[in-house]
Design a protein around this ligand. Structure first.
Ligand code: T4K
Length: 402
């Protein structure tokens, strides 16, 4: 790779990209290919491809055991999982949810004609600000949908207290938080139900997939039926249901990924430490931290860019890195409230979301996982350092090229 340490060599100013192949945020972890192919062969031999097959049952048991929860219902993806959980617990009217989350959290509500009421976040944790939840409650509020953003748990104790005080239901979008804990208790045990995502880009992947976990026997039964069209047995439909089933091939991938999670965590943690080491001392660039006393999956490497201190904006850094083939992402820009249909429905929502509006201008999500090498990370960080040191010159170069 040619040296990047001259302005004119930057790809954004006409140089050759530092990486010939794109580096992605959310590059899937693959696990043991032979084990996966063996499972797929078993599945084909068995001719049992979906509808609560043996792999799905085994996968559910493994998840429940790891989380230490009574019930796990595997689903086709977390978005449908959230829709089912939200309906099963009886959310209606309005539900309080952060705007700083993936759009699926809000859509899962709106899709069922439940109004998402966006609450601001705590800038220190990026999670829903529990001190601001109470002021969002109206007579129509039926629940709170907390999101464990980046796998860092919400303040579940405070949310529990609020939910009890106001007789609200509590569900968590735990899409990011498989393998994480709060006060020593695994995520998956909080609220009425929690929903994990096993999407390809997630820490644990089953291609597409997810799981709903709960310790409530009645709710688990209801969720299981709702996931399968409401069928309680042959020819007997007792609820309005949908098709949220996980397929056998997804469960096969899920189990193969599960066998690899210690390796994934080690790699993610090592990558995080490499970013920490290589970004140290760059003005205006900070990184979110994980509580090392808890269990973490370290899936998200999140930077915050302070443009005043860095002398270059987050969006200019995105342009510089994208040109070098480092496809960093601005999750969760611009915030759910700035996306449709919410932007039109609630044009003034931003007035109550000052911290969300600030954060969406500063976050940068970096490549992580088993597909990236230490050398890649070191080079990405060198590029960032160089871009910050030369922010003004880059800006001038860009203006000159317009
Ligand atoms: N709640 C929260 C808080 C979530 O973050 C999500 C999903 C959900 C709920 C819903 O869960 P699911 O219904 O998906 O189970 C991606 C993921 O598609 C999405 O699952 C995830 N959150 C979100 C944070 O990221 P996009 O629209 O950014 O995906 P896309 O296609 O741009 O891919 C991201 C990067 O990963 C790209 O640079 C390409 C790379 N990639 C992706 C795939 C699928 C690969 O290298 N290989 C692949 O196979 O949403």
């Amino acid at each position: 790779m040619e040296s990047k340490f001259q302005i004119e060599n930057l790809a954004i100013l006409g140089g050759k990209p530092a990486f010939s192949d794109a580096l992605h945020v959310g590059r899937p972890n693959i696990g043991n290919r032979d084990r996966l192919l063996e499972r797929i062969n078993d599945m084909l031999d068995r001719r049992w491809l979906t509808n609560n097959g043996p792999f799905v049952q085994e996968f559910e048991q493994q998840i429940a055991k790891m989380v230490g929860v009574k019930h796990c219902i595997a689903v086709c993806n977390a978005t449908v999982g959230l829709e089912i959980a939200v309906r099963a617990v009886g959310f209606k009217g309005e539900v309080i949810v952060p705007s700083f989350t993936f759009i699926a959290s809000a859509h899962a509500l709106q899709w069922q004609e439940i109004t998402p009421v966006f609450c601001d976040i705590d800038p220190a944790t990026h999670n829903i600000d529990t001190s601001k939840v109470e002021q969002m409650i109206t007579p129509k509020t039926s629940g709170i949908l907390g999101v464990h953003v980046w796998g860092r748990p919400c303040d579940t104790s405070a949310l529990e207290t609020l939910a009890q005080k106001h007789n609200l239901k509590l569900v968590y979008d735990a899409a990011h938080a498989f393998g994480c804990s709060y006060n020593g208790q695994m995520i998956g045990n909080f609220g009425a139900a929690e929903v994990f995502s096993f999407h390809a880009t997630k820490f644990l992947n089953s291609f597409e997939g997810g799981a709903i976990t709960t310790n409530d026997d009645d709710l688990a039964r209801k969720i299981r039926w709702m996931t399968n069209f409401g069928f309680e047995g042959y020819d007997n439909v007792t609820f309005l249901g949908t098709n949220g089933k996980m397929t056998e091939i997804c469960a096969a991938m899920g189990m193969t990924s599960l066998e690899d999670i210690d390796n994934i965590i080690t790699r993610n943690h090592h990558n995080l430490q490499t970013y920490q080491r290589c970004l140290a001392g760059i003005p205006g660039i900070s990184m979110i931290q994980y509580n090392e006393e808890e269990r973490n999956n370290y899936q998200y490497i999140i930077l915050e860019i302070d443009p005043q201190k860095a002398g270059i904006s987050r969006d200019a850094l995105v342009k510089v890195l994208h040109a070098e083939n480092v496809l960093v992402r601005r999750y969760f820009y611009p915030g759910c409230h700035q996306m449709e249909p919410y932007r039109s429905l609630f044009p003034h929502a931003g007035l109550l979301l000052p911290e969300t509006e600030k954060l969406v201008q500063r976050v940068l999500s970096m490549p992580n996982g088993t597909a990236i090498t230490t050398g890649d990370i070191e080079l990405i960080c060198d590029l960032l350092r160089f871009a910050v040191e030369n922010g003004e010159a880059i800006q001038e170069g860009l203006t000159a090229r317009q």
